[in-house]
Design a protein around this ligand. Structure first.
Ligand SMILES: Nc1nc2c(c(=O)[nH]1)N[C@H]1C(S)=C(S)[C@@H](COP(=O)(O)OP(=O)(O)OC[C@H]3O[C@@H](n4cnc5c(N)ncnc54)[C@H](O)[C@@H]3O)O[C@H]1N2
Ligand code: MOO
Length: 390
């Protein structure tokens, strides 16, 4: 059995970034910028007032100065003339600072009588002027690759970039397998349960920037599995759930091989998630997840999300790990890397008493996976431990 790190490298080797497409800013949130983009203009394009007040010359900046107001500069319409010492221009936030003015005195520090103003006794020290280019200059760039956050979109808009080059959303076909499964809302037979994993997986795929395509449930026959694999045509990645283990009805590996899958690995030294497989199948990468709900979603956290990032042009790397302290003692770990469902509490990381990989209620309550290396000795409360945030 290979380690989680080795398996992850093999999964990364199965995929490449998707092609680049140009999308309107309004649809670019969460997408990954594919190449650097440059500002088409300078911001602010002119020296601008940061406050509402009066623009004056430096020579007049002293308490009690009496000045004549000769015009107005407001955002969208500046003052066309030149200001001389002894003069002031009424100015508003965002407006161009007139030629000849060196600072803006806020209106709270000024008394006005008709066209005359007198500066007060306690004047603030700042110029209240934002120089041209204070934010960015024409040609300045946003680096790539980069997951676009709201502030990035506002910045790109300010740079006068109406569209951005991003990687196409990877399309992920999700195939649940098993005779025991029916869809939510259906009435299960006496030996049946509801297919749940695919809904969690689709949500994970979409939160990471991909498109999740739920295919019909494949039954435990070669013909049914083959038919559903056929429906995955065109996907960048095929994810199967279940049928991965060693039982007589675990057919995913066999059918995938019959359909030409080149297997990169089968079985990983991890808990949960041991019967994980991956390979390439036709034009797509394929990841075969174990059927137990927690195993499927933990494997997706460790493999599917990182691989989706790579497919969108982001650097290859494992699920980010943080360090916390244990809220209670832990027994020694076995030979597989253990991802323990845990809660982050005031006292530290508190693993749930039961770690059965079938229990979705526990996973839904968990906000961390404590990572225990293979063979890790017993641990005491208060010792540091690595974890993955859920
Ligand atoms: N003799 C052995 N038996 C098992 C081994 C082993 O090494 N030797 N490994 C166990 C481990 S670990 C896991 S994990 C499971 C994984 O098995 P499969 O991937 O073949 O999964 P299934 O048998 O199809 O299903 C397991 C379990 O999960 C339920 N399931 C499946 N799909 C869904 C779904 N879409 N939504 C909700 N629940 C689902 C299924 O009904 C089963 O209860 O194998 C162990 N056995
Ligand atoms: O490893 Mo299985 O994935 O324990 O439930």
């Amino acid at each position: 059995m290979i380690s989680v790190a080795e398996a992850l490298d093999k999964v990364f080797a199965l995929v490449a970034p998707t092609p680049v497409e140009e999308v309107p800013l309004a649809g670019a949130a969460g997408r990954v910028l594919a190449r650097p983009v440059s500002a088409r203009l300078t911001q602010p394009p002119f020296a601008a007032s940061a406050m509402d007040g009066y623009a004056i010359a430096a020579a007049d900046f002293h308490a009690g100065a009496a000045l004549i107001v000769i015009g107005t500069s407001r955002a969208g319409e500046g003052f066309g003339g030149t200001l001389a010492p002894g003069q002031a221009v009424r100015i508003f936030t965002g407006a161009p600072v007139p030629v000849g003015a060196d600072r803006v005195v806020i209106q709270e520090d000024v008394s006005r009588d008709g066209d005359r103003i007198t500066l007060g006794d306690a004047l603030g020290s700042g110029t209240n002027i934002r120089p041209a280019g204070a934010d960015f200059a024409e040609g300045d760039s946003i680096a790539a690759p980069r997951r676009l956050r709201p502030a990035d979109l506002a910045l790109a808009a300010a740079m006068n970039l109406p569209t951005l080059p991003v990687h196409r959303r990877p399309e992920v076909a999700i195939i649940a397998t098993g005779d025991e499964l029916v869809m939510p809302g259906e009435v299960p037979g006496p030996d049946q349960i509801i297919a749940s994993n695919a809904f969690g997986l689709k949500a994970m795929v979409e939160a990471e920037g991909g498109i999740g395509r739920l295919l019909p449930i494949a039954r435990d026959t070669e013909a049914s599995l083959k038919a559903v694999f056929g429906l995955a045509e065109g996907a960048d990645l095929i994810v199967t759930i279940g049928g991965a283990s060693v039982g007589d009805h675990d057919l995913v590996g066999k059918v995938a091989a019959d359909l030409g899958m080149e297997q990169a690995f089968y079985k990983v030294a991890m808990r949960p998630g041991k019967p994980l497989m991956a390979g390439r199948m036709g034009g797509a990468a394929m990841i075969g997840l174990p059927g137990n709900p927690v195993s499927a979603l933990v494997c997706a956290t460790l493999f599917l999300l990182p691989v989706l990032r790579v497919m969108q042009g982001l650097p290859a790397g494992p699920a980010p790990r943080l360090t916390g302290v244990l809220a209670r003692d832990l027994d020694s770990n076995g030979p597989r890397e253990h991802y323990m469902r845990a809660r982050i509490t005031g006292a530290g990381l508190a693993p749930f008493d039961t770690q059965d990989s079938a229990l979705l209620t526990i996973l839904a309550e968990a906000d961390a996976l404590i990572v225990r290396p293979p063979g890790d000795g017993p641990r005491r409360a208060g010792e540091p431990a690595e974890y993955i945030r859920l």
